[in-house]
Ligand binder design. Structure first.
Ligand code: AGP
Length: 613
Protein backbone atom coordinates (compact mmCIF):
# COMPACT_ATOMS: atom_id res chain seq x y z
CA UNK A 1 0.00 0.00 0.00
CA UNK A 2 1.37 3.34 -1.10
CA UNK A 3 4.14 3.44 -3.64
CA UNK A 4 7.38 5.31 -3.21
CA UNK A 5 9.96 6.21 -5.82
CA UNK A 6 13.21 8.16 -5.87
CA UNK A 7 15.86 9.31 -8.35
CA UNK A 8 19.34 10.77 -8.04
CA UNK A 9 21.55 11.23 -11.10
CA UNK A 10 22.36 13.45 -14.05
CA UNK A 11 18.89 13.56 -15.63
CA UNK A 12 15.86 15.64 -14.68
CA UNK A 13 14.20 13.83 -11.78
CA UNK A 14 10.57 14.81 -12.44
CA UNK A 15 9.84 12.68 -15.56
CA UNK A 16 11.54 9.66 -13.96
CA UNK A 17 9.58 10.08 -10.73
CA UNK A 18 6.29 10.40 -12.63
CA UNK A 19 7.11 7.35 -14.75
CA UNK A 20 7.85 5.30 -11.62
CA UNK A 21 4.69 6.54 -9.87
CA UNK A 22 2.53 5.59 -12.86
CA UNK A 23 3.89 2.06 -12.57
CA UNK A 24 3.37 2.02 -8.82
CA UNK A 25 -0.12 3.50 -9.01
CA UNK A 26 -1.61 0.03 -8.43
CA UNK A 27 -0.31 0.27 -4.84
CA UNK A 28 -2.54 3.23 -4.04
CA UNK A 29 -4.18 5.91 -6.10
CA UNK A 30 -6.01 8.45 -3.99
CA UNK A 31 -3.37 11.19 -4.16
CA UNK A 32 0.24 11.66 -5.23
CA UNK A 33 3.16 14.04 -4.90
CA UNK A 34 6.84 14.66 -5.53
CA UNK A 35 9.63 16.74 -3.99
CA UNK A 36 12.66 17.76 -6.02
CA UNK A 37 15.81 19.56 -4.87
CA UNK A 38 16.03 22.74 -6.92
CA UNK A 39 19.37 24.40 -6.20
CA UNK A 40 19.47 24.58 -2.43
CA UNK A 41 15.75 24.41 -1.71
CA UNK A 42 13.01 21.78 -2.00
CA UNK A 43 10.08 22.17 -4.42
CA UNK A 44 7.04 20.06 -3.67
CA UNK A 45 3.96 19.36 -5.81
CA UNK A 46 0.95 17.31 -4.72
CA UNK A 47 -2.59 16.65 -5.81
CA UNK A 48 -5.60 14.58 -4.86
CA UNK A 49 -6.54 11.71 -7.16
CA UNK A 50 -4.55 9.81 -9.77
CA UNK A 51 -1.04 10.62 -10.99
CA UNK A 52 -2.53 12.37 -14.04
CA UNK A 53 -3.94 15.02 -11.66
CA UNK A 54 -0.45 15.55 -10.28
CA UNK A 55 0.89 16.00 -13.81
CA UNK A 56 -1.58 18.87 -14.31
CA UNK A 57 -0.46 20.91 -11.29
CA UNK A 58 0.76 24.30 -12.59
CA UNK A 59 4.55 24.68 -12.40
CA UNK A 60 5.42 20.99 -12.11
CA UNK A 61 6.82 20.91 -15.62
CA UNK A 62 9.31 23.66 -14.75
CA UNK A 63 11.15 21.41 -12.30
CA UNK A 64 14.71 20.84 -13.44
CA UNK A 65 16.32 19.30 -10.32
CA UNK A 66 18.08 15.96 -10.57
CA UNK A 67 17.30 14.60 -7.13
CA UNK A 68 13.77 13.81 -6.04
CA UNK A 69 11.31 11.57 -4.24
CA UNK A 70 7.69 10.67 -5.01
CA UNK A 71 4.68 8.94 -3.50
CA UNK A 72 1.32 7.55 -4.55
CA UNK A 73 -1.01 7.16 -1.59
CA UNK A 74 -3.49 4.66 -0.22
CA UNK A 75 -5.01 6.58 2.66
CA UNK A 76 -4.73 5.22 6.19
CA UNK A 77 -4.60 8.29 8.47
CA UNK A 78 -6.46 11.23 7.00
CA UNK A 79 -8.78 11.35 4.01
CA UNK A 80 -7.45 11.61 0.47
CA UNK A 81 -6.59 15.29 -0.08
CA UNK A 82 -3.81 17.41 -1.40
CA UNK A 83 -2.74 18.38 2.15
CA UNK A 84 -2.63 14.77 3.33
CA UNK A 85 -0.71 13.55 0.31
CA UNK A 86 3.02 13.01 0.53
CA UNK A 87 5.75 14.28 0.55
CA UNK A 88 5.47 15.88 3.98
CA UNK A 89 7.89 18.55 5.08
CA UNK A 90 9.18 19.80 8.42
CA UNK A 91 8.10 23.24 9.62
CA UNK A 92 11.15 24.90 8.03
CA UNK A 93 10.70 23.20 4.64
CA UNK A 94 14.21 21.80 4.88
CA UNK A 95 13.35 18.10 5.12
CA UNK A 96 10.98 16.26 2.82
CA UNK A 97 9.78 12.74 3.51
CA UNK A 98 7.70 10.09 1.74
CA UNK A 99 6.55 7.11 3.73
CA UNK A 100 4.85 3.78 3.11
CA UNK A 101 3.50 2.05 6.22
CA UNK A 102 1.85 3.12 9.46
CA UNK A 103 3.34 4.93 12.43
CA UNK A 104 1.37 3.45 15.31
CA UNK A 105 2.65 5.88 17.96
CA UNK A 106 2.31 9.00 15.82
CA UNK A 107 -0.13 10.78 18.13
CA UNK A 108 2.26 10.45 21.08
CA UNK A 109 5.11 11.86 18.95
CA UNK A 110 2.84 14.60 17.60
CA UNK A 111 1.93 15.70 21.14
CA UNK A 112 5.61 15.78 22.06
CA UNK A 113 6.48 17.87 19.00
CA UNK A 114 3.54 20.24 19.51
CA UNK A 115 4.78 20.83 23.06
CA UNK A 116 8.12 21.70 21.52
CA UNK A 117 6.61 24.29 19.22
CA UNK A 118 6.00 22.27 16.04
CA UNK A 119 2.88 22.83 13.94
CA UNK A 120 1.06 20.25 11.85
CA UNK A 121 -0.79 20.81 8.60
CA UNK A 122 -2.08 17.35 7.77
CA UNK A 123 -4.07 14.58 9.47
CA UNK A 124 -1.42 11.98 8.59
CA UNK A 125 0.81 9.86 10.78
CA UNK A 126 3.70 10.60 8.40
CA UNK A 127 4.05 14.30 9.15
CA UNK A 128 5.64 13.50 12.51
CA UNK A 129 8.65 12.03 10.69
CA UNK A 130 10.16 15.15 9.04
CA UNK A 131 9.44 17.17 12.18
CA UNK A 132 11.01 14.63 14.50
CA UNK A 133 14.06 14.49 12.22
CA UNK A 134 14.20 18.28 12.42
CA UNK A 135 13.93 18.13 16.23
CA UNK A 136 16.66 15.48 16.47
CA UNK A 137 18.92 17.48 14.15
CA UNK A 138 18.68 20.43 16.49
CA UNK A 139 19.65 18.27 19.48
CA UNK A 140 22.81 17.00 17.75
CA UNK A 141 25.69 19.38 18.45
CA UNK A 142 28.15 17.59 16.16
CA UNK A 143 28.53 19.07 12.68
CA UNK A 144 29.65 16.36 10.29
CA UNK A 145 28.46 14.62 7.12
CA UNK A 146 26.53 12.00 9.09
CA UNK A 147 24.45 14.48 11.07
CA UNK A 148 21.26 14.04 9.00
CA UNK A 149 21.66 10.27 8.96
CA UNK A 150 21.99 10.26 12.77
CA UNK A 151 18.83 12.35 13.11
CA UNK A 152 16.94 9.95 10.83
CA UNK A 153 18.20 6.93 12.78
CA UNK A 154 17.18 8.51 16.08
CA UNK A 155 13.75 9.23 14.58
CA UNK A 156 13.32 5.68 13.27
CA UNK A 157 14.34 4.25 16.65
CA UNK A 158 11.41 6.19 18.14
CA UNK A 159 8.85 5.01 15.57
CA UNK A 160 6.53 2.08 16.23
CA UNK A 161 4.87 0.39 13.28
CA UNK A 162 6.02 -0.12 9.72
CA UNK A 163 7.84 2.16 7.35
CA UNK A 164 9.76 2.53 4.15
CA UNK A 165 11.03 6.09 4.18
CA UNK A 166 12.84 8.33 1.72
CA UNK A 167 14.31 11.63 2.91
CA UNK A 168 15.76 14.57 1.00
CA UNK A 169 16.98 17.72 2.65
CA UNK A 170 18.31 21.10 1.67
CA UNK A 171 20.99 20.65 4.32
CA UNK A 172 22.39 17.62 2.43
CA UNK A 173 21.33 18.53 -1.11
CA UNK A 174 23.36 15.87 -2.95
CA UNK A 175 21.89 12.79 -1.28
CA UNK A 176 18.75 10.77 -0.67
CA UNK A 177 18.59 8.74 2.54
CA UNK A 178 16.34 5.69 2.81
CA UNK A 179 15.46 3.15 5.48
CA UNK A 180 12.83 0.45 5.88
CA UNK A 181 11.12 -1.66 8.51
CA UNK A 182 8.39 -4.14 7.52
CA UNK A 183 7.54 -2.19 4.35
CA UNK A 184 9.07 -2.83 0.93
CA UNK A 185 11.83 -0.76 -0.62
CA UNK A 186 14.40 -1.60 -3.30
CA UNK A 187 17.33 0.40 -4.62
CA UNK A 188 18.16 0.22 -8.32
CA UNK A 189 21.78 0.79 -9.32
CA UNK A 190 22.39 2.56 -12.61
CA UNK A 191 25.37 4.18 -14.39
CA UNK A 192 25.98 7.50 -12.62
CA UNK A 193 22.44 7.40 -11.31
CA UNK A 194 20.46 5.48 -8.72
CA UNK A 195 16.80 4.72 -8.21
CA UNK A 196 14.49 3.84 -5.35
CA UNK A 197 11.15 2.09 -5.57
CA UNK A 198 8.61 0.08 -3.62
CA UNK A 199 8.98 -2.71 -6.12
CA UNK A 200 11.26 -3.91 -8.87
CA UNK A 201 8.95 -3.73 -11.94
CA UNK A 202 8.42 0.04 -11.52
CA UNK A 203 12.08 0.76 -12.31
CA UNK A 204 12.93 -2.29 -14.39
CA UNK A 205 13.12 -0.22 -17.55
CA UNK A 206 15.97 1.78 -15.99
CA UNK A 207 18.07 -0.96 -14.38
CA UNK A 208 18.19 -4.66 -13.72
CA UNK A 209 20.61 -4.38 -10.76
CA UNK A 210 19.07 -4.06 -7.32
CA UNK A 211 19.99 -3.84 -3.67
CA UNK A 212 17.48 -5.12 -1.10
CA UNK A 213 17.45 -3.49 2.33
CA UNK A 214 16.73 -5.45 5.49
CA UNK A 215 14.82 -3.95 8.41
CA UNK A 216 16.61 -0.95 9.95
CA UNK A 217 19.30 -0.83 7.29
CA UNK A 218 20.03 2.65 5.95
CA UNK A 219 21.28 3.70 2.51
CA UNK A 220 22.75 7.06 1.60
CA UNK A 221 22.49 7.52 -2.15
CA UNK A 222 24.46 9.93 -4.27
CA UNK A 223 24.78 10.16 -8.04
CA UNK A 224 27.77 7.79 -8.23
CA UNK A 225 27.63 5.87 -5.01
CA UNK A 226 25.46 4.13 -2.43
CA UNK A 227 26.66 3.74 1.16
CA UNK A 228 24.91 1.22 3.39
CA UNK A 229 24.69 1.24 7.18
CA UNK A 230 23.29 -1.15 9.74
CA UNK A 231 20.88 -0.23 12.53
CA UNK A 232 23.80 1.16 14.57
CA UNK A 233 25.07 3.18 11.60
CA UNK A 234 28.17 1.04 11.11
CA UNK A 235 29.02 0.81 7.38
CA UNK A 236 28.03 -2.51 5.75
CA UNK A 237 28.51 -4.08 2.32
CA UNK A 238 25.55 -5.28 0.27
CA UNK A 239 25.49 -7.59 -2.72
CA UNK A 240 23.80 -6.41 -5.87
CA UNK A 241 21.10 -8.76 -7.25
CA UNK A 242 20.53 -8.92 -10.98
CA UNK A 243 16.96 -9.51 -12.06
CA UNK A 244 16.18 -11.52 -15.17
CA UNK A 245 12.61 -10.24 -15.64
CA UNK A 246 11.98 -8.61 -18.94
CA UNK A 247 10.83 -4.97 -18.61
CA UNK A 248 8.21 -5.50 -21.33
CA UNK A 249 6.63 -8.21 -19.18
CA UNK A 250 5.36 -5.34 -17.04
CA UNK A 251 3.74 -3.61 -20.04
CA UNK A 252 0.22 -4.16 -21.40
CA UNK A 253 1.45 -5.72 -24.63
CA UNK A 254 -1.57 -4.73 -26.74
CA UNK A 255 -4.17 -5.83 -24.13
CA UNK A 256 -6.73 -3.31 -22.96
CA UNK A 257 -5.93 -3.92 -19.29
CA UNK A 258 -3.23 -5.63 -17.24
CA UNK A 259 -5.82 -7.99 -15.80
CA UNK A 260 -6.84 -9.30 -19.22
CA UNK A 261 -3.21 -9.66 -20.23
CA UNK A 262 -2.47 -11.56 -17.02
CA UNK A 263 -5.48 -13.85 -17.51
CA UNK A 264 -4.22 -14.70 -20.99
CA UNK A 265 -0.67 -15.19 -19.75
CA UNK A 266 -1.70 -18.16 -17.62
CA UNK A 267 -0.67 -20.96 -20.00
CA UNK A 268 2.79 -19.37 -20.04
CA UNK A 269 2.97 -18.61 -16.32
CA UNK A 270 1.86 -22.15 -15.48
CA UNK A 271 4.61 -23.52 -17.75
CA UNK A 272 7.12 -21.29 -15.97
CA UNK A 273 5.94 -22.42 -12.53
CA UNK A 274 6.15 -26.06 -13.52
CA UNK A 275 9.58 -25.46 -15.10
CA UNK A 276 11.74 -28.48 -14.51
CA UNK A 277 10.05 -29.30 -11.21
CA UNK A 278 7.99 -32.04 -12.86
CA UNK A 279 9.42 -34.44 -15.38
CA UNK A 280 8.03 -37.62 -16.80
CA UNK A 281 9.35 -40.83 -15.29
CA UNK A 282 11.39 -39.21 -12.55
CA UNK A 283 10.66 -37.80 -9.13
CA UNK A 284 9.71 -34.15 -8.67
CA UNK A 285 12.56 -31.78 -8.03
CA UNK A 286 12.11 -28.71 -5.88
CA UNK A 287 15.42 -26.90 -5.69
CA UNK A 288 16.28 -25.29 -2.38
CA UNK A 289 13.78 -27.35 -0.41
CA UNK A 290 15.63 -29.74 1.85
CA UNK A 291 12.94 -31.95 3.34
CA UNK A 292 13.80 -35.46 4.54
CA UNK A 293 11.59 -38.51 4.86
CA UNK A 294 12.36 -38.58 8.57
CA UNK A 295 11.15 -35.00 9.02
CA UNK A 296 8.02 -35.43 6.86
CA UNK A 297 7.07 -38.61 8.69
CA UNK A 298 7.11 -36.63 11.92
CA UNK A 299 4.81 -33.87 10.60
CA UNK A 300 1.32 -34.19 12.04
CA UNK A 301 -0.23 -31.10 10.49
CA UNK A 302 0.37 -28.73 7.62
CA UNK A 303 -0.87 -25.15 7.88
CA UNK A 304 -1.47 -23.20 4.66
CA UNK A 305 -1.61 -19.55 5.70
CA UNK A 306 -2.32 -16.53 3.50
CA UNK A 307 -4.76 -13.71 2.74
CA UNK A 308 -7.39 -13.16 0.07
CA UNK A 309 -6.78 -14.90 -3.21
CA UNK A 310 -3.58 -16.50 -1.92
CA UNK A 311 -5.65 -18.04 0.89
CA UNK A 312 -8.06 -19.37 -1.75
CA UNK A 313 -5.06 -21.00 -3.45
CA UNK A 314 -4.43 -22.73 -0.12
CA UNK A 315 -8.05 -23.94 0.01
CA UNK A 316 -7.80 -25.27 -3.55
CA UNK A 317 -4.64 -27.24 -2.67
CA UNK A 318 -5.67 -28.70 0.70
CA UNK A 319 -7.34 -31.79 -0.85
CA UNK A 320 -4.28 -32.81 -2.88
CA UNK A 321 -2.00 -32.59 0.19
CA UNK A 322 -4.40 -34.68 2.26
CA UNK A 323 -4.95 -37.22 -0.53
CA UNK A 324 -1.30 -37.70 -1.54
CA UNK A 325 0.51 -37.10 1.76
CA UNK A 326 -2.10 -38.33 4.27
CA UNK A 327 -1.29 -35.39 6.52
CA UNK A 328 -4.14 -33.21 7.85
CA UNK A 329 -4.11 -29.70 6.41
CA UNK A 330 -5.57 -26.54 7.92
CA UNK A 331 -6.02 -23.44 5.81
CA UNK A 332 -5.90 -20.22 7.77
CA UNK A 333 -6.46 -16.56 7.10
CA UNK A 334 -3.18 -14.95 8.19
CA UNK A 335 -4.85 -12.13 10.14
CA UNK A 336 -6.73 -14.74 12.21
CA UNK A 337 -3.85 -17.19 12.54
CA UNK A 338 -1.50 -14.63 14.06
CA UNK A 339 -3.90 -13.80 16.91
CA UNK A 340 -5.69 -17.07 17.55
CA UNK A 341 -2.89 -18.86 19.36
CA UNK A 342 -2.66 -21.75 16.86
CA UNK A 343 -1.29 -25.08 18.04
CA UNK A 344 2.23 -24.98 16.65
CA UNK A 345 5.38 -26.93 17.35
CA UNK A 346 8.23 -28.63 15.51
CA UNK A 347 5.79 -31.21 14.10
CA UNK A 348 3.73 -28.60 12.27
CA UNK A 349 4.87 -27.54 8.84
CA UNK A 350 3.72 -24.03 7.95
CA UNK A 351 3.46 -22.87 4.36
CA UNK A 352 2.86 -19.16 3.75
CA UNK A 353 1.55 -18.01 0.38
CA UNK A 354 1.92 -14.43 -0.82
CA UNK A 355 2.17 -13.11 -4.37
CA UNK A 356 3.82 -9.87 -3.28
CA UNK A 357 5.68 -11.37 -0.36
CA UNK A 358 4.94 -8.13 1.49
CA UNK A 359 1.55 -8.79 3.09
CA UNK A 360 1.91 -7.64 6.70
CA UNK A 361 -0.39 -10.27 8.24
CA UNK A 362 1.21 -13.17 6.35
CA UNK A 363 4.71 -12.07 7.35
CA UNK A 364 3.63 -11.71 10.99
CA UNK A 365 2.02 -15.19 10.90
CA UNK A 366 5.27 -16.63 9.57
CA UNK A 367 7.31 -14.97 12.31
CA UNK A 368 4.91 -16.42 14.88
CA UNK A 369 5.28 -19.95 13.48
CA UNK A 370 9.06 -19.64 13.69
CA UNK A 371 8.95 -18.72 17.35
CA UNK A 372 7.16 -22.04 18.02
CA UNK A 373 9.82 -24.08 16.22
CA UNK A 374 7.71 -24.91 13.16
CA UNK A 375 9.46 -25.24 9.82
CA UNK A 376 8.36 -22.45 7.48
CA UNK A 377 8.12 -22.36 3.70
CA UNK A 378 7.27 -19.17 1.80
CA UNK A 379 5.68 -19.21 -1.63
CA UNK A 380 6.04 -15.89 -3.38
CA UNK A 381 6.17 -14.37 -6.84
CA UNK A 382 8.61 -11.62 -5.95
CA UNK A 383 12.26 -12.45 -5.66
CA UNK A 384 13.84 -11.09 -2.51
CA UNK A 385 10.48 -10.01 -1.05
CA UNK A 386 10.25 -9.66 2.73
CA UNK A 387 8.55 -13.00 3.33
CA UNK A 388 11.24 -14.89 1.45
CA UNK A 389 13.85 -13.36 3.70
CA UNK A 390 12.07 -14.58 6.83
CA UNK A 391 11.18 -18.17 5.86
CA UNK A 392 13.32 -21.28 6.30
CA UNK A 393 12.72 -22.09 2.63
CA UNK A 394 11.44 -19.91 -0.20
CA UNK A 395 9.88 -21.12 -3.41
CA UNK A 396 9.07 -18.81 -6.29
CA UNK A 397 6.04 -19.09 -8.55
CA UNK A 398 7.86 -17.43 -11.49
CA UNK A 399 4.55 -16.12 -12.83
CA UNK A 400 6.18 -12.83 -13.93
CA UNK A 401 5.12 -9.43 -12.62
CA UNK A 402 1.43 -9.21 -11.73
CA UNK A 403 0.31 -5.59 -11.99
CA UNK A 404 -3.52 -5.70 -11.90
CA UNK A 405 -4.75 -5.39 -8.34
CA UNK A 406 -7.03 -8.41 -8.81
CA UNK A 407 -4.80 -11.44 -8.74
CA UNK A 408 -5.22 -14.01 -11.53
CA UNK A 409 -2.04 -15.63 -12.82
CA UNK A 410 -0.42 -15.54 -9.38
CA UNK A 411 -3.37 -17.59 -8.02
CA UNK A 412 -3.06 -20.36 -10.61
CA UNK A 413 0.73 -20.43 -10.23
CA UNK A 414 0.40 -20.68 -6.45
CA UNK A 415 -1.95 -23.65 -6.80
CA UNK A 416 0.25 -25.47 -9.28
CA UNK A 417 3.31 -24.96 -7.08
CA UNK A 418 1.42 -26.25 -4.04
CA UNK A 419 0.21 -29.24 -6.08
CA UNK A 420 3.79 -30.00 -7.13
CA UNK A 421 4.86 -29.71 -3.48
CA UNK A 422 2.17 -32.22 -2.47
CA UNK A 423 3.47 -34.67 -5.10
CA UNK A 424 7.06 -34.02 -4.02
CA UNK A 425 6.21 -34.77 -0.37
CA UNK A 426 4.23 -37.84 -1.38
CA UNK A 427 7.18 -39.19 -3.35
CA UNK A 428 9.46 -38.63 -0.37
CA UNK A 429 7.00 -40.42 1.90
CA UNK A 430 6.48 -43.11 -0.72
CA UNK A 431 2.84 -43.69 0.18
CA UNK A 432 1.00 -43.53 -3.16
CA UNK A 433 1.23 -45.82 -6.14
CA UNK A 434 3.44 -44.64 -8.95
CA UNK A 435 0.45 -44.97 -11.36
CA UNK A 436 -1.56 -42.48 -9.30
CA UNK A 437 1.32 -40.02 -9.01
CA UNK A 438 2.32 -40.33 -12.67
CA UNK A 439 -1.20 -39.73 -13.88
CA UNK A 440 -1.48 -36.49 -11.86
CA UNK A 441 1.94 -35.40 -13.11
CA UNK A 442 0.82 -35.99 -16.68
CA UNK A 443 -2.34 -33.96 -16.05
CA UNK A 444 -0.22 -31.11 -14.72
CA UNK A 445 2.00 -31.22 -17.80
CA UNK A 446 -1.13 -31.14 -20.00
CA UNK A 447 -2.60 -28.14 -18.19
CA UNK A 448 -1.14 -25.27 -20.27
CA UNK A 449 -2.73 -26.66 -23.46
CA UNK A 450 -6.09 -27.05 -21.69
CA UNK A 451 -5.87 -23.47 -20.41
CA UNK A 452 -5.24 -22.29 -23.97
CA UNK A 453 -8.38 -24.12 -25.09
CA UNK A 454 -10.51 -22.46 -22.38
CA UNK A 455 -9.09 -19.03 -23.23
CA UNK A 456 -10.04 -19.45 -26.90
CA UNK A 457 -13.68 -19.96 -26.05
CA UNK A 458 -14.92 -16.84 -24.31
CA UNK A 459 -18.02 -15.74 -26.26
CA UNK A 460 -20.57 -17.36 -23.96
CA UNK A 461 -18.91 -15.83 -20.88
CA UNK A 462 -18.95 -12.39 -22.50
CA UNK A 463 -22.64 -12.72 -23.42
CA UNK A 464 -23.60 -13.93 -19.96
CA UNK A 465 -21.70 -11.01 -18.40
CA UNK A 466 -23.63 -8.61 -20.68
CA UNK A 467 -26.91 -10.15 -19.51
CA UNK A 468 -26.24 -9.90 -15.79
CA UNK A 469 -23.96 -6.89 -15.25
CA UNK A 470 -26.77 -4.85 -13.70
CA UNK A 471 -27.45 -7.46 -10.99
CA UNK A 472 -27.14 -6.49 -7.33
CA UNK A 473 -26.37 -9.99 -5.96
CA UNK A 474 -24.75 -13.02 -7.57
CA UNK A 475 -24.28 -16.43 -5.93
CA UNK A 476 -21.55 -18.98 -6.56
CA UNK A 477 -21.85 -22.69 -5.76
CA UNK A 478 -19.40 -25.58 -5.71
CA UNK A 479 -18.29 -28.61 -3.72
CA UNK A 480 -14.78 -29.69 -2.76
CA UNK A 481 -12.16 -27.92 -4.90
CA UNK A 482 -15.05 -26.40 -6.89
CA UNK A 483 -16.16 -24.63 -3.71
CA UNK A 484 -12.65 -23.14 -3.37
CA UNK A 485 -13.05 -21.81 -6.93
CA UNK A 486 -16.53 -20.49 -6.12
CA UNK A 487 -14.98 -18.45 -3.29
CA UNK A 488 -12.34 -17.07 -5.65
CA UNK A 489 -14.91 -16.31 -8.38
CA UNK A 490 -17.00 -14.44 -5.85
CA UNK A 491 -13.99 -12.45 -4.57
CA UNK A 492 -12.94 -11.49 -8.13
CA UNK A 493 -16.46 -10.26 -8.87
CA UNK A 494 -16.66 -8.18 -5.67
CA UNK A 495 -13.21 -6.69 -6.21
CA UNK A 496 -13.58 -5.38 -9.73
CA UNK A 497 -17.32 -5.12 -10.43
CA UNK A 498 -18.55 -3.98 -6.98
CA UNK A 499 -21.45 -6.46 -7.19
CA UNK A 500 -22.33 -8.12 -3.92
CA UNK A 501 -21.75 -11.85 -4.17
CA UNK A 502 -21.51 -14.88 -1.91
CA UNK A 503 -20.02 -18.31 -2.44
CA UNK A 504 -21.60 -21.34 -0.79
CA UNK A 505 -20.76 -24.96 -0.57
CA UNK A 506 -23.69 -26.34 -2.61
CA UNK A 507 -24.61 -28.84 0.10
CA UNK A 508 -25.13 -25.98 2.55
CA UNK A 509 -27.72 -24.26 0.39
CA UNK A 510 -30.69 -25.89 2.05
CA UNK A 511 -29.39 -24.95 5.49
CA UNK A 512 -30.20 -21.28 5.05
CA UNK A 513 -28.90 -19.49 1.94
CA UNK A 514 -31.68 -20.85 -0.29
CA UNK A 515 -33.96 -18.32 1.43
CA UNK A 516 -32.15 -15.67 -0.65
CA UNK A 517 -33.05 -17.27 -3.97
CA UNK A 518 -35.98 -15.63 -5.77
CA UNK A 519 -37.05 -14.91 -9.30
CA UNK A 520 -34.21 -13.66 -11.51
CA UNK A 521 -31.32 -14.17 -9.05
CA UNK A 522 -28.11 -15.29 -10.78
CA UNK A 523 -26.43 -18.48 -9.55
CA UNK A 524 -23.08 -19.57 -10.98
CA UNK A 525 -21.91 -23.14 -10.33
CA UNK A 526 -18.71 -25.05 -10.94
CA UNK A 527 -18.84 -28.82 -11.38
CA UNK A 528 -15.69 -30.84 -12.05
CA UNK A 529 -16.02 -33.79 -9.70
CA UNK A 530 -17.93 -36.80 -11.11
CA UNK A 531 -18.63 -38.06 -7.58
CA UNK A 532 -20.54 -34.97 -6.47
CA UNK A 533 -21.77 -33.84 -9.93
CA UNK A 534 -25.26 -35.41 -9.59
CA UNK A 535 -25.63 -33.90 -6.12
CA UNK A 536 -24.77 -30.36 -7.16
CA UNK A 537 -26.87 -30.74 -10.34
CA UNK A 538 -29.84 -31.43 -8.02
CA UNK A 539 -28.94 -28.38 -5.90
CA UNK A 540 -29.01 -26.28 -9.07
CA UNK A 541 -32.43 -27.69 -10.01
CA UNK A 542 -33.63 -26.54 -6.59
CA UNK A 543 -32.63 -22.95 -7.34
CA UNK A 544 -34.07 -23.13 -10.88
CA UNK A 545 -37.40 -24.14 -9.33
CA UNK A 546 -37.24 -20.94 -7.29
CA UNK A 547 -36.66 -18.78 -10.36
CA UNK A 548 -32.83 -18.46 -10.46
CA UNK A 549 -30.88 -17.78 -13.67
CA UNK A 550 -28.14 -20.42 -13.79
CA UNK A 551 -24.70 -20.43 -15.35
CA UNK A 552 -22.70 -23.64 -15.04
CA UNK A 553 -19.01 -24.33 -15.71
CA UNK A 554 -18.38 -28.01 -16.01
CA UNK A 555 -16.53 -30.88 -17.62
CA UNK A 556 -19.28 -33.35 -16.74
CA UNK A 557 -21.93 -34.58 -19.13
CA UNK A 558 -24.78 -32.27 -18.08
CA UNK A 559 -25.83 -31.05 -21.52
CA UNK A 560 -29.50 -32.00 -21.05
CA UNK A 561 -30.03 -30.07 -17.86
CA UNK A 562 -32.23 -26.96 -17.53
CA UNK A 563 -29.35 -24.52 -16.99
CA UNK A 564 -29.57 -21.14 -18.74
CA UNK A 565 -25.97 -21.34 -19.89
CA UNK A 566 -23.34 -24.06 -19.76
CA UNK A 567 -19.62 -23.59 -20.39
CA UNK A 568 -17.72 -26.79 -21.09
CA UNK A 569 -14.14 -27.04 -19.93
CA UNK A 570 -11.74 -29.94 -20.65
CA UNK A 571 -11.68 -33.03 -18.49
CA UNK A 572 -9.31 -32.86 -15.57
CA UNK A 573 -8.65 -34.52 -12.23
CA UNK A 574 -10.73 -32.60 -9.62
CA UNK A 575 -7.64 -32.40 -7.41
CA UNK A 576 -6.08 -29.91 -9.84
CA UNK A 577 -9.22 -28.61 -11.58
CA UNK A 578 -9.24 -25.12 -9.92
CA UNK A 579 -6.41 -24.02 -12.22
CA UNK A 580 -8.74 -24.56 -15.18
CA UNK A 581 -12.19 -23.85 -13.81
CA UNK A 582 -11.20 -20.48 -12.37
CA UNK A 583 -10.50 -19.05 -15.84
CA UNK A 584 -14.20 -18.52 -16.77
CA UNK A 585 -14.68 -16.97 -13.29
CA UNK A 586 -11.84 -14.50 -13.87
CA UNK A 587 -13.15 -13.60 -17.33
CA UNK A 588 -16.72 -13.27 -16.04
CA UNK A 589 -15.62 -10.72 -13.40
CA UNK A 590 -13.49 -8.94 -16.00
CA UNK A 591 -16.27 -8.60 -18.60
CA UNK A 592 -18.79 -7.42 -16.00
CA UNK A 593 -16.37 -4.75 -14.83
CA UNK A 594 -15.85 -3.63 -18.44
CA UNK A 595 -19.62 -3.57 -19.09
CA UNK A 596 -19.97 -1.30 -16.06
CA UNK A 597 -17.19 0.95 -17.37
CA UNK A 598 -15.03 0.50 -14.26
CA UNK A 599 -11.27 0.68 -13.86
CA UNK A 600 -10.47 -3.03 -13.95
CA UNK A 601 -6.82 -2.75 -12.96
CA UNK A 602 -7.29 -0.31 -10.10
CA UNK A 603 -10.52 -1.08 -8.27
CA UNK A 604 -11.69 1.39 -5.65
CA UNK A 605 -10.36 1.12 -2.09
CA UNK A 606 -7.91 -1.68 -2.95
CA UNK A 607 -4.16 -1.85 -3.29
CA UNK A 608 -1.93 -4.52 -4.73
CA UNK A 609 0.08 -5.27 -1.66
CA UNK A 610 -1.38 -4.86 1.78
CA UNK A 611 1.57 -3.85 3.89
CA UNK A 612 -0.50 -2.71 6.85
CA UNK A 613 -2.45 -4.85 9.31
C1 AGP B 1 -6.50 -10.61 -4.94
O1 AGP B 1 -7.26 -10.35 -6.07
C2 AGP B 1 -6.52 -9.59 -3.94
N1 AGP B 1 -6.22 -8.31 -4.42
C3 AGP B 1 -6.02 -9.91 -2.56
O2 AGP B 1 -7.00 -10.72 -1.98
C4 AGP B 1 -4.65 -10.58 -2.41
O3 AGP B 1 -4.67 -11.88 -2.90
C5 AGP B 1 -4.24 -10.56 -0.92
O4 AGP B 1 -4.16 -9.23 -0.50
C6 AGP B 1 -2.94 -11.28 -0.66
O5 AGP B 1 -1.89 -10.68 -1.33
P1 AGP B 1 -0.47 -11.40 -1.43
O6 AGP B 1 -0.67 -12.64 -2.24
O7 AGP B 1 0.41 -10.40 -2.12
O8 AGP B 1 -0.04 -11.72 -0.04
Amino acid sequence: MCGIVGYIGSKKAKPILINGLLRLEYRGYDSAGISVIEGTSISTFKNKGRIKNLMDVPGINDLSGKIGIGHTRWATHGKPSSTNSHPHLDNENKISVVHNGIIENYSEIKDFLIKNGYKFLSETDTEVIPNLISYNLKQDKQNDALKLLRAIKKTCDALKGSFAIEVISSILPNNIIVVRKDSPLVIGKGENENYISSDIPAILSFTKDFYLLNDFEYAVLSENDIKFYNSELSPIEKQVKSITWDATAAEKDGFEDFMLKEIYEQPKSIRETIGSRIQKNSNCVIDDLLITKEYLSSVNKIFLVACGTAMHAGLASKPIFEKLCKIPVEVDVASEFRYRDPLLDDKTLCIFISQSGETADTIAALKLAKTHGSKTIAISNVIGSSITREADYSLYTHAGPEIAVASTKAYTSQIILLDIMAIYFSEILNICSSEEINSIKQEILDLPAKLEAVLKNTDKIKTFAKNVYKEKDIFFLGRGTDYAVALEGSLKLKEISYIHSEAYSAGELKHGPIALIENGVTVISIITNPVTAPKIASNIEEVITRGAKTFVITNQNLENSNFDELISIPNINPLISPILSVIPMQLFAYYISKEKGLDVDKPRNLAKSVTVE
